[in-house]
Design a protein. Structure first.
Length: 264
């Protein structure tokens, strides 16, 4: 009789563990893949929601993130970037959680991620993608954070500014590379920086191994056309959309000749 009780308890424990493994698989299964969109579309837009920045201060006084998100959804954007830094960008994880409830689009948690705790936090607030900035991370730290990110079923946009950043990103296993066009020393903007990074990848003969997103300073159709011509896979736009009187119309005007961008 005692043996049967032990076996019964063992069977219950096995059932519980099997169910827990199933629950974990479901949690890690991420249907909102930004990488998949990049593989299937010629050109994508990551539209950003932010109230302020260190260089511009408060960008929009009447900050209505839900309305901004709805404009992006109506315009047909591919993914949305949300600032969660509180002190310098006036964002929050609470805001991210709220907007997560409003859309099934892939969401990028944009912050200064320097510790594994922030990666786990990103998972629990519902992020599909996180920003990892190569400049502020050692090669070892970047690889560690990338590994944790991927183990949780999330993806990472690894931001680079120069050759050294790019080398770290490549060695760490990055798949999606964001090129920041802003000089972090004097904060000037040069879209040519994206072209330089693309040239470096072509020198390495591994350009096709990565998806490239151009970031910062993109505001006109000329900018979009230039970046499309040099071969980027998409752009991240923030301030120019936040300050637009009609973000939906601005997006459609900017991408008028790229109808596949918002026709899906």
């Amino acid at each position: 009789m005692k043996e049967r009780v032990v076996l019964a308890k063992k069977n219950i424990l096995e059932m519980i563990l099997a169910e827990k493994k199933k629950e974990l698989r479901e949690k890690k299964n991420n249907p909102r893949s930004f990488k998949e969109l990049l593989n299937n579309k010629e050109f994508v837009l990551l539209a950003e929601i932010k109230k302020a920045s260190p260089t511009k201060g408060v960008i929009v006084e009447k900050f209505d993130p839900e309305r901004q998100l709805n404009s992006y959804i109506s315009a047909g954007v591919d993914a949305v970037s949300i600032l969660t830094d509180e002190k310098f960008f006036q964002g929050s994880t609470a805001l991210f959680r709220e907007l997560r409830k409003k859309t099934e689009l892939p969401l990028l948690r944009k912050d200064f991620v320097i510790d594994s705790l922030q990666v786990y936090e990103s998972f629990f607030i519902g992020a599909d993608i996180i920003l990892l900035i190569s400049t502020i991370l050692s090669k070892e730290k970047l690889k560690s954070l990338l590994d944790i990110t991927h183990s949780l079923g999330m993806e990472a946009l690894v931001e680079v500014h120069n050759r050294n950043d790019l080398d770290k990103a490549v060695c760490s296993g990055a798949e999606i590379i964001g090129v920041n066009n802003r000089n972090l020393n004097d904060f000037t903007i040069d879209l040519g920086n994206t072209e330089k990074i693309l040239s470096l990848l072509k020198e390495k003969r591994n350009r096709d191994n990565y998806k490239i997103i151009s970031e910062s300073g993109i505001s006109s159709r000329e900018d979009i056309e230039f970046l499309g011509e040099i071969g980027v896979d998409g752009v991240l736009m923030g301030s120019s959309l936040m300050t637009a009187a009609d973000p939906e119309q601005k997006i459609k005007d900017l991408f008028l000749d790229r109808r596949q961008f918002y026709a899906d």
